[in-house]
Ligand binder design. Structure first.
Ligand code: ZN
Length: 319
């Protein structure tokens, strides 16, 4: 096994929408998620976020509409026969232009959404190309600055969700010494296919911060349970996930059989937690309850035979 390196990486900046990570260059139109101001292609300080770019486009379109209305008014005045008609044309033109202006103000938000959607549709290939360039930039640092490469891939992964990018991140994470205080992400890394790196990472996360183990991670372990079992210390991974799952009644309801298979490997405190939850729902999950009680009894007996003092709560369930 390769030795793991101690690294630090920046906390992940969360945004409401994934596309908020994307920047576009005002000069050359290049898209990137890796830089905030300097364009990686033309080197100019010309990057703006997509919302700003959409706003600029919407404003430009509104200005040209207003200009067109003013032009029509001037034309009407030019072709007016009398001063009276000239006056009427000017008044009507000014009123209509003002109405247009008000209508534009009122529909600005809706316009921005439409513009943003259109930008994504129109620039789809350019965005893809930009993200691929970002991945290349990350790959170039895999050896020299793995932590930075991981950070870069994490950013790209926000927008480009596919197994190769997730797999590369999981592989990198498996070469780092992970700590509880790190901002670890799990959900975005859950792949469609099996990856021993991801399975190993899930196992580590389950031990470091069990709050991160959610339905998608449990389902992943369930789906690839035979493959994970075949891994070195694979059972430990599955037991750690089962141990994390017993923190929520909902997961026990959804995956009682999965948890049952690893009850015998749960640490004492997780077993306690499971038995507590089960005792609150007497009559439900009979198989799981049977297994949990059996494992508890066996451990209890073993401890007795080793002559150790038992905490008072261990008397429960003995009869
Ligand atoms: Zn540029």
């Amino acid at each position: 096994m390769k030795t793991k390196t101690a690294v630090t990486f920046k906390p992940y900046e969360r945004t409401e929408y994934a596309y908020e990570k994307l920047r576009v260059c005002r000069k050359c139109g290049h898209y990137t998620v890796l830089s905030h101001d300097v364009c990686p292609v033309c080197g100019k300080h010309a990057l703006i976020d997509v919302a700003t770019a959409a706003r600029r486009e919407a404003r430009k379109k509104m200005q040209s509409e207003l200009l067109f209305a003013v032009l029509l008014t001037l034309l009407a005045m030019f072709f007016a026969d009398t001063v009276l008609w000239m006056g009427i044309s000017a008044a009507v033109g000014a009123a209509l232009t003002a109405m247009l202006w008000f209508a534009q103000r009122r529909s600005l938000e809706a316009q921005l959404r439409i513009r943003t959607d259109r930008m994504f549709a129109r620039d789809r290939d350019r965005i893809r190309h930009g993200l691929i360039q970002d991945i290349r930039a990350a790959e170039a640092r895999l050896q020299s600055e793995p932590a930075r490469a991981y950070e870069m891939l994490r950013e790209v992964g926000t927008l480009l969700r596919n197994d190769p990018i997730r797999g590369l991140q999981a592989e990198l994470l498996q070469t780092f010494v992970l700590r509880r205080d790190m901002d670890l992400l799990l959900e975005p890394l859950i792949m469609d296919g099996f990856s021993p790196h991801l399975a190993g990472y899930i196992g580590e996360v389950a031990k470091l911060n069990r709050e991160l183990i959610k339905e998608s991670a449990i389902r992943y372990c369930l789906r690839y349970e035979p493959q994970i079992r075949n891994m070195n210390r694979g059972e430990d991974i599955l037991a750690a996930v089962a141990g994390a799952a017993v923190r929520m009644k909902r997961y026990i309801e959804l995956y009682p059989e999965f948890i049952r298979r690893y009850v015998h490997k749960l640490p004492e405190e997780r077993l306690e937690r499971l038995r507590d939850l089960l005792s609150q729902h007497a009559g439900s999950f009979p198989q799981l309850k049977l297994e949990a009680d059996e494992v508890y009894r066996m451990r209890h007996r073993e401890r007795h035979s080793h002559g150790r003092m038992l905490p008072p709560r261990d008397d429960r369930g003995e009869s």
